[in-house]
Structures are given as C-alpha cells and as structure tokens.
Design a protein around this ligand. Structure first.
Ligand code: C2E
Ligand code: CA
Ligand code: CA
Length: 889
C-alpha cells in the first residue's frame, strides 16, 4: 500500500538504494527508519553505527576495486543479519554503515561477536576490524540524525583500541568529548605553567609496617577546575601523544625530589614512575632515563619503572626490546596492573620483570575465599617460583592487607596505609618514618654511587670495622642508640654472642650501659653532636651474666644513614691517652677511604696555618717549599684556578673564612672550580671537599681537603642542557628553544629594517591518518625524516624546530628578496613529499602544507609571526594541502 503511495508522489530527489551494496542510501534510511519506529511501538530497537578501521589504508594498499569488494561483502553480511531481525540498514557514507533492528541485549552481543569472527574469514591478508557504536533507542522523539550521531560518537571512543570492537552510547559521552577538547586546548599552557603536580603514594611492608618505596602519580592542578585526576587526562594525552611530555616532566621531577633528599642528607627512597606505552617506542628512552639519573646523581635502582600490562598488547617485539634495554641498563621494571588484560602470563614467559603489581580492584569483593583467593595465591606462588617480587595495590582495608600477608604477599600499596600525597605531606611522613627507622628497601637497596654523598649502607661499615680494634658503627633514632654494625672485638667486650646481641642489644645499646652512667653518656653524645666534637668518655657496661667493666669510648661522626648521623665508635677497657691519637688516626683513615678516588688530598692544621701532608703533584705543580704554610699552599694552587674563579677560590679558602665556618658549626664544605690540569694541560672541573676535624690533643682545628675530578659528570650535565633544547624525536630544536632563539634574532635584526626574516610553519597533511592507520612508529619515522630533511635544506644559522605533534617551523634570517622566500617554500613542499617505511606494501606517503610570515612587515616577535604563519597555513590547508601560502598574498 505504502509503495503505491510513492508512485503517486514526485519521485524523490535522491536514490533509494546504494549502488555498491544494495542497502538503503542515507536519505532512504532516515525515511524508512521513521516509518519503522512509527509502526513498531514495541520492542527494544538498537541503532548500530559501523565503521571499518583503517579502510583508507586497505584502499591504498589493494586498490579501490578491492576496497569496493570488501564494502559489498560487509554490506551483504550486515544486510542479511538485519533483515532476519526485521530491521533495516544503509551505507551512510564511504566505509560507514548504519543499521537498526530490534534485539534482546544478549542476542545483540552474540550477533556482534559472530560478525567480529565472520570478518576473519574474509580472504585478504589484512586484519579487518569494525568499530561499532551502539545507541539504544529509548526516546523515539529524538531526531534520527541525532541518534546516528550518538552511535557514531560511541564508535569513535574505541577507534584504535585493540581491546574493544563495540561500545554503547552513554549520555556522558558528549560531555566527555567536550571536556576532552578543553583539555587538549589547555594542556600546553598547563605544562608551561607547571600545573602538573607530582603526588607520591608510599608502598609498605605489611609484615613490619615499614615503608618500602614510593610511586609518583601526576595530578593536574587546573586554575579553574581544581585538581583533576589522571584517570581523566592520561587517556586523552595518550591518544594525542602529549603524554610523552607529561611523563618526562613527572620523571624529571621525581628525580629532582630524590636528589633533594640526598642533598639534605636524608636517606633516599626509591620512587617508581609510570611509563606510558607510547614512550616505549621512543628509541632514546633508555638514554633519557640514564641522563636523568646522571644529572640528578641518583642510582638507577632509585627509579623503578612501572609499565602497564596493556602496553604489551600490540607490537610486542618493539616494546619487549625497549623493556629489555631498560632492564639491561640497570633499571628495575615493574609490571603494573597485572591480570587486568589477557596477556599476563604470556608476557611473563618472554620477559624478565623485577616486580609485578596486582590490583586488588580486579579481585574486588570475594577475594578471600573461593576463586579469588585461589587466583591470588597462585599468582603469588608463581611469582615466587619465577623469582619476581609481588606487590598488591588498591589495598583499602586491614582485612585485605592481612589476607595478602597470609598468602605471602607482604608488600602493599593502597588507601589502607596512605593515599597519594603532595610533596609537603609526603616529606612529613617520610621524616617520621626515617626518624623511627621504619624504612626498608626490599631488594632495591641503595648503593653509594661514589659521588661523594655521605650516605652509606651497613655493608660499607663492615669492611672498615674489620680493620679496627673493638669498634662499632652506631646511629641514633629517637632516644635510642642503634647498632649498624659491630666487630668481633667490641662484641667480646659485651660478652654476648652475635645472635644474642642481635636480639637483646642491637636496637638499644644504652640498655647494657650501667644505669647510673647511661644518662651521662647520653648527654655527652648530644653535646658532641651539637658542638661537632669527638665523643671521648668512659662509662661502665653490664656484660652478659652481670659482670661490670669500665670502657672508654672515642667516637666521631662519619656519615649519614637513613637520615641519621652515624658514629664510628671505638672501645677499649683501658683508658690511655695514646688511644686517643690512634682513634683520630683511624677516623682519618676512614675519611680517606671514603675519598679514595680523589685526585689530590691534603691534611691541614688550620689554626697553626700549617700543611701536614699534601699530594696531587699531577694536578698542580707545586714545589715542597710552598707546601709549608697553608696560606702559601693555597696561593700556589690559585695559580691553576680559572681566572674567572680565582677570587672566589681565594675567598672561600681563606683561613679566617674557614675558621668562622667551623665555629658556626659546619663540618663539611663542598665547592666546584675549574682548574688548569698541570699534566693534562687543559681545564678540568673539580669538586673540593673540606672536612673539619678538631684535634683533641692540641685543640687546633684541622681539615682534610679532597679534590675530585668531576669533568665527566659536568660534561654530561652540559650535554643534558643542550638536550633540553632539542626535541628528542627529531633532534632539532624544541618549541621553547625555537621561541627563545627566534626572538633573540628578531631583536638583533631590528637594527637594520632592510633585512627581512621569514618564519615558515610546516604541518604534515593528514598526519592523524598516518598515525591511526600505520601506527605511531611509522608516524614517528615520518617526523624524524622531516626533521632530517629540513636540516639539510637550510643553513646552519637558520632555526629549525618541532613545535610538537606534526608541526614544524623554520626561521630564516637575512632574506633580501621575496623570490627567495617563494623559492624556499616551494623547495620545502617538494622535499617534504616522500614515502616512508621499510616494507614496500606498508609505506606511508607524506606531504606537508606550509604557511609563511615575514618580519618586520607581518610582525616583530615570534608570537606575531607564528600567528600570521598559522593563518597562512590554514589557508594552504583549505586550498587542498601540499602547498604553501605566504601571509598577505
Ligand atoms: P596506576 O599506575 O595503576 O596507579 C594506581 C592508581 O590507584 C592511582 O590512581 C592511585 O591513586 C589509585 N589507588 C591507590 N591506592 C588505592 C586504593 O586503596 N583504592 C583505590 N580505589 N585506588 C587506589 P591515580 O593516581 O588516579 O592514577 C590513575 C592512573 O593514571 C594510574 O594508574 C596510571 O595508569 C595513570 N598515571 C598516573 N600518573 C601517571 C604518570 O605520571 N604517567 C603516566 N603515564 N600515567 C600516570
Ligand atoms: Ca602505576
Ligand atoms: Ca596499577
């Protein structure tokens, strides 16, 4: 009946059927859909938007005819299923279909699954993936086109997501989209204005409550929106690659924090950082981390790297290689979110990790018995067998923590112990834990990297103690004296065996001091910490079994352990004066052994203005007679100091200045200078460390001076500064450097208004398509190639830089006529039209559009020129890409 009506009307201006697939056209679809929904008031109707992933690529690779064949095939599949259900379908545009049919929820999922599998049968060597967005029609008054838009929106959310092939439309998607756009708009400014803040969440050993490490977690402190959680912005930044920059920012700040703790004499605690998947494609990733550790002089074990399991879904080889390299370089690798994906076990088979992290959230609810328990237990057991440590995160309750401890997983992270904390709160917490000595580093113990930091491990003391008479390394926590290490002779003195000592004395040495002497001894210790003097006193101890003996102790502050001063104490039963001298001699030897890599050292009697011993003839050529008085000694070294630093050097090493420092309470001074190396005949960077040592015999202030050659380290720092100007991917300048350099050059050229400069802005055409269809690695290759080509095309004095993403600029100075600019623009266009890729069938063709602006006519600052060039570029894009436009033309 209806059909007949049609014949009476004018024939529609559009075609009813799509010629290629035989499905409805868009217009016909809307018309029939309206009728269908009008007619069938019952049943749950679903609108499905179907998009073929990477269809353009398939077209490019296999030709249009093959592309058409696929469309027809998919059209058939879809049409058939749809008809069976009493629905209708259309090809809405190019490679997009829309269908509508009534389904039961379960049935729909099954149908989707079937289609997904059906695709694998299509005879072509190309993985066909559909993105399907689903809109459930609840309110039938919603305009049909809006329904389609919503289904499309849902389809877009899973573009490029290897884990999902369909998604339901949700009301918040539109908001999310808007919010996403806002984030993209604000993100660069956020980075510049330091709106990203580093929080850290501590990790604990639930067996003893000790703190075992930290994880850096980023927050966005937005000026209007307040603190934004990474759950919102990280996925967006992962999508547009900005995560690379945010991650680097977080890593560097994590390193800086650790560095600061070391500088303050605190015991550094490992802080893991998250590494997004995209970073693992960066061929320089390992160097970036190594440089950071070098620059901030921290041990690599202090910076474990967390890589989420889902990173291993695609391109496993490239990613696996990156992980192997990092691990080989000495970084600890932690497999994050273990068990969240489907590839967990397969990754463990192929790669070595130092730790796996299980998220309690995956096992929410019924974790402590039934299947959840079995799974958790097995993971822990398996990890143990593979010699990988396990940590659980998201632990919110005592029950969870106890349960985990019970199955052999004491390491936990979660709100139960602490939320992620901002730096101030974190440091307060760390201080408390350090003060109480409740800190432990599991496998990742700190190593002294030989950089002159006075932080040592118990093992360091062991070797030293073995060479001394009765001696112990002790440190203070609260009102207790704790043993770091004790040698046998000292142990003999107490009468305890090592085992007994460990359980009865180690953590409270004052416990074996005769009661009436204990307070006195404690006062002495505090006095010497305050006055920086040696401890030299006698007291009684109660030996095992009750015997009392008098001992004499000499103790000197030699280092810092877990933020606490460490004393080297020597004990003897007889109190003779000669022991004082030998004690000082030992402490001195100890300082020397700590500075064994020094290129020069000297022992000075500062009060007496006398050089006692000095070496380092290799470094500066000084003769014997000059070594007698301290002042002359310093004068003769000053000859070798860089002229610009000489005055500073002489002031810093002046006898009176030093004495003042000593009486102010300083014990160690470190300075850096450039010295002309006598035998190398070139300038070297040195660090000079001065230890003040009061001489208990004659009351003079002595000092030990050690000079370390830090040229290598310094070079790396300078190198890193250069790197701070370069874009890690392409090796040309980054945005910041370009801005600064261009503005400098513009300032200079203001003097001669005749001289023109030009700013070219270059943008890759359809770069998103390359990235989406060929993967980020191919996209990166194209960018690297562009950087290389630009550098070749321009003079050294011109500034080439990458502004981020696929945007490049070149600034050319001293241009005399317009022809040159036009010529250059054409050359760039030609040079940047190329194909990239290593397999013929898999290469991407690249082209670029260019906008140019000229100073002084179009502007006198980088910002002005950039804006004008951007407008010109926009016009070039609108005119059809792969061309140039000069502003004002
Ligand atoms: P993640 O690496 O798995 O980090 C653990 C997340 O669990 C953190 O969320 C943390 O605050 C949260 N969490 C910790 N304990 C508990 C608990 O007891 N209960 C619950 N419900 N949650 C807990 P946050 O900080 O919101 O970070 C979310 C994700 O964002 C991180 O997951 C990580 O994938 C990503 N992320 C955070 N910072 C960075 C970063 O600097 N770089 C990169 N690439 N990703 C980051
Ligand atoms: Ca993590
Ligand atoms: Ca995690």
């Amino acid at each position: 009946m209806k059909e007949n009506d049609h014949f009476c009307e004018d024939p529609p201006a559009w075609k009813e059927y799509d010629e290629l697939t035989g499905l409805y056209t868009q217009e016909a679809f809307y018309k029939h859909l309206g009728e269908l929904l009008e007619e069938k008031k019952q049943g749950d109707y679903y609108l499905l938007y179907v998009d073929i992933e990477r269809f353009k690529l398939l077209n490019d690779l296999y030709g249009m005819a093959e592309g058409d064949r696929l469309l027809r095939w998919i059209g058939e599949c879809i049409g058939r299923d749809c008809k069976k259900k009493g629905g209708i379908g259309c090809r809405i545009r190019a490679d997009n279909f829309v269908l509508c049919a009534p389904y039961e929820e379960k049935e729909l999922r099954y149908a989707l699954w079937l289609t997904h599998n059906e695709l694998k049968k299509y005879p072509i060597n190309f993985e066909i993936v559909l993105n399907i967005g689903i809109y459930k029609i609840v309110d039938r008054t919603v305009p049909l086109s809006l329904m389609c838009d919503r289904a499309l929106m849902a389809a877009n959310t899973i573009k490029g997501n290897a884990l999902a092939y369909y998604a339901y439309y949700q009301d918040n998607m539109r908001e999310n989209l808007l919010r996403e756009q806002e984030m993209v708009r604000d993100m660069r400014i956020a980075l510049e204005k330091k709106q990203f803040e580093i929080y850290a969440q501590p990790k604990f050993n639930h067996a003893n409550g000790y703190l075992v490490g930290l994880e850096a977690l980023v927050r966005w402190n937005h000026p209007e929106k307040g603190i934004i959680s990474p759950g919102y912005f990280i996925p967006v930044f992962e999508h547009n690659n900005f995560i690379q920059e945010v991650d680097r920012y977080v890593w560097e700040n994590a390193c800086r924090m650790i560095h600061e703790w070391i500088q303050m004499g605190k015991c550094p605690i490992p802080m893991s950082v998250n590494v997004s998947r995209i970073n693992l494609y960066n061929p320089y990733l390992c160097e970036i981390f190594e440089n950071l550790c070098d620059m901030y002089r921290i041990d690599k074990k202090l910076l474990p790297l967390e890589i989420t399991e889902s990173a291993f879904i695609e391109d496993t080889e490239i990613i696996a290689d990156a992980v192997r390299r990092l691990r080989k370089a000495g970084f600890s690798i932690l497999l994050d979110d273990f068990g969240s994906g489907f590839s967990s076990f397969h990754i463990l088979k192929d790669l070595d990790f130092d730790q796996i992290k299980i998220d309690m959230k995956f096992l929410m609810g019924d974790y402590s018995h039934g299947k959840g328990k079995v799974i958790l237990e097995s993971i822990v057991k398996m990890a143990e067998a593979l010699d990988i440590s396990v940590i659980a995160e998201g632990v919110e309750t005592k029950e969870q923590a106890d349960f985990l401890l019970g199955i052999g997983c004491p390491y936990i992270q979660g709100y139960y112990y602490s939320r992620p904390l901002p730096q101030m709160k974190l440091e307060k917490m760390l201080d408390e834990y350090l003060r109480d000595g409740r800190v432990q580093f599991g496998e990742a113990s700190i190593e002294n990297s030989g950089t002159g930091m006075d932080s040592f491990c118990p093992a360091d003391y062991e070797a030293v103690l073995s060479r001394l008479p009765g001696a112990a390394a002790l440190y203070l926590v609260g009102d207790r004296v704790i043993t770091l290490n004790i040698n046998e002779k000292a142990l003999d003195l107490t009468g305890y065996s090592m085992l007994e000592y460990d359980s009865a004395v180690r953590d409270d040495v004052l416990g074996i001091v005769y009661k009436r002497d204990a307070q006195l001894l404690w006062n002495r210790i505090n006095h010497s910490i305050k006055e920086h003097t040696l401890i030299n006193t006698s007291f009684r101890i109660v030996r095992k079994g009750g015997g009392i003996v008098w001992v004499t102790v000499w103790a000197d502050l030699v280092g810092i352990y877990q933020g606490k001063p460490v004393f080297l104490a020597m004990f003897d039963i007889s109190a003779e004066e000669t022991n004082l001298v030998s004690m000082m001699e030992h402490a001195r030897k100890y300082r020397y052994s700590l500075n064994s890599e020094a290129v020069s050292s000297a022992e000075i009697d500062l009060t007496g203005n006398r050089v006692i011993t000095a070496d380092g003839a290799d470094l500066y050529n000084i003769n014997e007679s000059e070594q007698v008085s301290y002042s002359r000694y310093i004068q003769s070294i000053a000859v070798w100091v860089h002229p610009e630093e000489k005055e500073e050097f002489l002031t810093a090493l002046n006898k009176e200045t030093l004495l003042k420092s000593y009486y102010r309470g300083e014990r160690l001074i470190k300075n850096e200078y450039q010295l002309l190396h006598h035998s190398k005949k070139q300038y070297v960077y040195v660090r000079m460390s001065i230890y003040f040592v009061p001489n208990m015999v004659n009351g003079h202030v002595y000092m030990d001076i050690f000079v370390h050659d830090i040229t290598e380290q310094k070079k790396k720092e300078l190198d890193l500064m250069a790197k701070a100007e370069t874009d890690p991917l392409t090796g040309i300048y980054n945005r910041g450097a370009v801005e600064q350099k261009v503005n400098c050059l513009l300032e200079e050229s203001k003097e001669d208004p005749e001289v023109k400069n030009v700013l070219f802005m270059i943008d890759v055409d359809d770069f998103k398509i390359i990235n989406d269809t060929m993967g980020h690695r191919r996209g990166d290759q194209a960018l690297i190639e562009i950087g290389r080509k630009l550098r070749r095309l321009f003079r050294k004095s011109d500034i080439c830089g990458r502004m981020g993403g696929d945007e490049f600029v070149v600034f050319m100075t001293g241009v005399t006529c317009r022809e040159i600019i036009v010529n250059k623009a054409r050359q760039i266009c030609e040079a940047l039209q190329f194909t990239t890729g290593d397999v013929k069938a898999d290469d991407a063709s690249v082209s670029c559009s260019i906008g140019a602006a000229i100073s002084p006519d179009d502007g006198q600052s980088f910002e002005d020129l950039f804006e004008k060039a951007d407008q010109a570029l926009y016009r070039a894009k609108r005119q059809g890409k792969n061309r140039y436009v000069i502003y004002g033309d």
